[in-house]
Design a binder for this molecule. Structure first.
Ligand SMILES: NC(=O)c1ccc[n+]([C@@H]2O[C@H](COP(=O)([O-])OP(=O)(O)OC[C@H]3O[C@@H](n4cnc5c(N)ncnc54)[C@H](O)[C@@H]3O)[C@@H](O)[C@H]2O)c1
Length: 198
């Protein structure tokens, strides 16, 4: 039997590139997809000689085609830093909405399980600390940061709709601020400013 095959979107980004490494290490066939909006091929170039790794430069807000079977899809494509999503509001909204819709369709067609990368930003400017999953958040939909928060809230809602309507196997991970190797330096600076303020 062939090994498990996983599609990772946002593969050239900070978190996506580490996921590619990890799944290759675990013996999976990995398809990395990215349009390099905020990512960098430097993060995954060490994987190019690996025969279990394939890379496609593609905008997942457009129709996504992958030939062959797929067991898992990890949707990590999206500008994630406020520096990025404030500069690219429409791409951010599209990848969270149209991109997620495309990947849900692909997951359904392939019988794959889909994990989406959500965020603590779904809580917006929270009135409850720390946030638990019972708390629904406090988001301003028309403020500048709303483009990221609402894209991620829509992403969660449509993912649950596919789960409830089609019985699709889905997972939602609300990631809180994460840092580490391969994070861009301007994002590190932003992160340190945040830490200094709190
Ligand atoms: N880093 C964090 O602290 C954090 C916290 C919460 C959630 N997340 C989520 O995790 C995911 C990855 O975040 P990251 O920190 O690695 O960001 P990143 O900017 O380093 O990586 C995102 C990747 O997605 C790619 N991308 C963006 N739009 C695309 C599109 N339309 N088609 C294909 N590729 C596209 C970018 O080029 C980039 O390589 C995002 O969905 C983000 O919202 C991250």
């Amino acid at each position: 039997m062939s090994s498990k095959r996983v599609l990772i979107t946002g593969a050239a980004g900070f978190l996506g590139s580490h996921l590619c490494d990890r799944f290759i290490k675990e013996g999976y066939q990995v398809i990395g997809m990215d349009n390099l909006l905020t990512g960098n091929l430097e993060n995954i170039k060490h994987l190019f000689p690996v025969k279990e790794f394939e890379y496609y430069n593609h905008d997942v807000s457009k129709f996504v085609h992958v030939s062959g079977h797929l067991d898992y899809i990890l949707h990590f494509a999206s500008p994630a830093s406020p520096i990025d999503y404030l500069k690219m509001p429409i791409q951010t909204l599209k990848v969270g909405s149209l991109g997620t819709h495309n990947l849900l369709g692909l997951a359904l067609a392939k019988g794959a399980r889909l994990l989406i990368a959500s965020t603590s930003e779904v809580y917006g400017d929270p009135l409850v600390h720390p946030q638990t999953e019972e708390y629904w958040g406090n988001v301003n939909p028309i403020g500048p940061r709303g483009v990221y928060d609402e894209a991620k809230r829509f992403q969660e809602a449509i993912t649950m709709a596919y789960h409830r309507t089609h019985g699709l196997e889905t997972r939602i991970a609300r990631i809180f601020n994460t840092y580490g190797p391969r994070m861009r330096l301007d994002d590190v600076a932003h992160y340190l400013l945040l830490l200094a303020r709190h």
